[in-house]
Design a protein around this ligand. Structure first.
Ligand code: XBP
Ligand code: MG
Length: 258
């Protein structure tokens, strides 16, 4: 039994709160490329490969180093990439403002349960802060930005996931013992980061991450689930869900203590 009671939930954003990669970030990258007059195009499969690295700017560099080596890089590559990324962020937040990407099943319910129970909430993500703002605002409402004690995002730490820095930053800001927290992730790079910060981690997979290695996860689910949309346990002890086909706060406390 853990000595600490569960005090806080720390959420990843992309792939965890919402399925943002395929129909959000990928589309926004392509719009930015087109607007810049580049013939780059990231299809669904290529984008899956590029998710090997976190961070949009880092992803564009990986693309040039590994998949588009014929492209003649400008001398000021960092500035060039930063400009493209600024445009990509504008396209992405515009997509979100149209309500095109909903939260994943169970996310809003669980956040509400946690708030009602007085749990502390935080975000630890690699994406740009403006993207988190836009997603929260257009799904949970304007007020929701204040529900999270810390929104740790993007370049706030020098090393992105899989480094543990972003979770460690959030824990430090909250003055929270990792033993009193639980992280929610969807990817291999994500779980390396959360486990690296000593946080027990619940995984919900998505199409891009379903074959990732989630060794060390407290439980792996296909989704958080809702009373009318059952979740499946893919790794871990089914009994942790207490016979309920969705993850609620009581189950989370069991998972945290297990
Ligand atoms: C998210 C990322 C981000 C997004 C794109 O990873 O890697 O780079 O894909 O956002 P995680 P930016 O879910 O592990 O935080 O373009 O703003 O980087
Ligand atoms: Mg993620």
């Amino acid at each position: 039994m853990s000595k600490e009671t569960l005090q806080a939930l720390l959420f990843d954003v992309d792939g965890t709160l919402a399925d943002t990669e395929k129909d959000g970030h990928r589309v926004a990258f392509n719009l930015a490329f087109e607007q810049a007059g580049l013939d780059w195009h990231w299809d669904v499969a290529l984008y899956g490969e590029l998710l090997e690295v976190t961070g949009g700017k880092e992803r564009m560099k990986l693309y040039l180093d590994k998949y588009n080596t014929d492209f003649e890089k400008p001398e000021n590559l960092d500035d060039f990439i930063a400009e493209l990324h600024k445009s990509k962020t504008a396209h992405y937040t515009e997509l979100l403002s149209r309500g095109s990407i909903p939260l994943r099943p169970g996310v809003e319910r669980l956040i509400n349960e946690a708030r009602d129970a007085g749990l502390r909430l935080a975000i630890a993500t690699t994406t740009t802060p403006a993207n988190v703002d836009a997603l929260l605002r257009h799904t949970l409402g304007e007020d929701s930005l204040n529900w999270f004690e810390v929104i740790a995002a993007g370049d706030i730490v020098p090393a992105k996931k899989p480094a543990a820095d972003i979770y460690q930053y959030a824990l430090k800001e909250m003055q929270l013992d990792p033993a009193a927290g639980l992280a929610f992730e969807d990817s291999y790079n994500g779980i390396l980061s959360s486990l690296g910060a000593d946080l027990k981690t619940v995984i919900t997979i998505n199409d891009y991450t379903k074959d990732h290695d989630f060794s060390g996860a407290a439980i792996v689910l296909d989704q958080l689930g809702e009373p009318d949309s059952a979740c499946r346990v893919l790794q871990g002890d089914e009994r942790l869900l207490n016979g309920q086909p969705w993850l609620n706060l009581d189950n989370l406390k069991h998972i945290h203590q297990a």
